[in-house]
Ligand binder design. Structure first.
Ligand code: T3D
Length: 263
């Protein structure tokens, strides 16, 4: 596959998406958004892909929108940044949350602006100890976007979300893990090894069941307890009809590791 701003590699059920504009800390451009749309379609449509791993080339994860790329769409009232969100960022974040496969981020360096939002939209986030998270938006007079105002208060609580979004200070990966923004922080030289080991486990897991877990967690944000119990009932009905559930129980009874096929 020929891409200019990303790398895409599929092996053993794991699709690795590497944002690849290292001299700009992998900042988003319109071209990158176009390529991201294509690989998200591939990730959805290719049954051989059972886990998506997102990382960055060079010393950055993603620095958000490329600030050297101009003001984007302009109408009579001036720049229309809402258009970029409508066209590029919002569909990307929605597709990541709706993708019926787990997404793991290996945050190797600065994750700023919409780059931080991108990490928060993943199901699991592992970060290198030297990585930082930055709600850069207020530093340039913008509003957090690409889902940050949705994910942050839910993950970190409203006090910390307000601090991060209004102060625009870098948050070290270790604190991000302590605050529950990410799953864990590891030594830099172990990041990709740890991420690959998690990705391998996800890619050999009960993919359909994992997608139902993702669906349940997505929906819990908007439900009361009774509503969520109903969601669990409906999703468990589906999980109970998968081949992987039969295999999981058989493997347990036979005291051997399960061989999940992802359906
Ligand atoms: O229209 C729309 O797209 C609307 C949507 C907006 C969504 C957003 O994401 S808005 C927020 C945009 N992002 C930022 O404001 C972050 C800006 N960057 C930084 O604050 C810092 O660079 C970092 C904290 C990310 C990293 O700091 P540091 O000290 O590790 O690196 P650096 O020296 O600042 O950056 C290294 C290079 O990357 C540098 O280039 P140079 O001087 O070596 O040629 C720098 O200019 C470049 N770079 C970093 N971030 C961006 C960038 N170039 C373009 N766009 C960037 N966002």
């Amino acid at each position: 596959m020929n891409f200019k701003t990303i790398l895409w590699d599929v092996q053993d059920g794991i699709a690795t998406l590497t944002l690849n504009r290292p001299d700009r800390l992998n900042a988003f451009t319109a071209e990158m958004h176009g390529e991201l749309r294509r690989v998200m379609e591939l990730a959805r449509g290719d049954g051989a892909i059972r886990c998506l791993l997102v990382t960055g080339a060079g010393r950055g994860f993603c620095a958000g929108a490329d600030l050297t790329a101009g003001l984007g769409d302009v109408d009579a009232d001036g720049p229309d940044l809402g258009m970029a969100l409508e066209r590029d960022y919002n569909p990307l974040i929605l597709e990541m949350r709706r993708l019926p496969k787990p997404i793991l981020a290996a945050v190797n360096g600065p994750a700023a602006g919409a780059g931080m939002s991108l990490a928060l939209a993943c199901d699991l986030v592992i970060a290198a100890r030297s990585a930082t998270f930055l709600q850069a938006f207020c530093n340039i007079g913008l509003v957090p976007d690409a889902g940050s105002t949705y994910f942050l208060p839910r993950l970190a609580g409203s006090a910390r979300a307000a601090y991060l979004t209004m102060m625009g200070e870098k948050l070290p990966a270790e604190t991000a893990a302590e605050w529950g923004l990410i799953w864990k922080c590891v030594d830099d030289d172990t990041l990709m090894g740890e991420a690959m080991s998690v990705a391998r486990k996800l890619a050999s897991g009960p993919t359909k069941g994992l997608s139902l877990i993702k669906d349940a967690l997505n929906r819990s944000a908007g439900n009361d307890l009774a509503g969520q119990l109903g969601v669990e009932r409906d999703l468990q009905r589906q999980a109970g009809r998968t081949r992987d559930f039969q295999e999981g129980v058989r493997a347990f009874l036979e005291k051997r590791p399960a061989r999940f096929e992802g359906r």
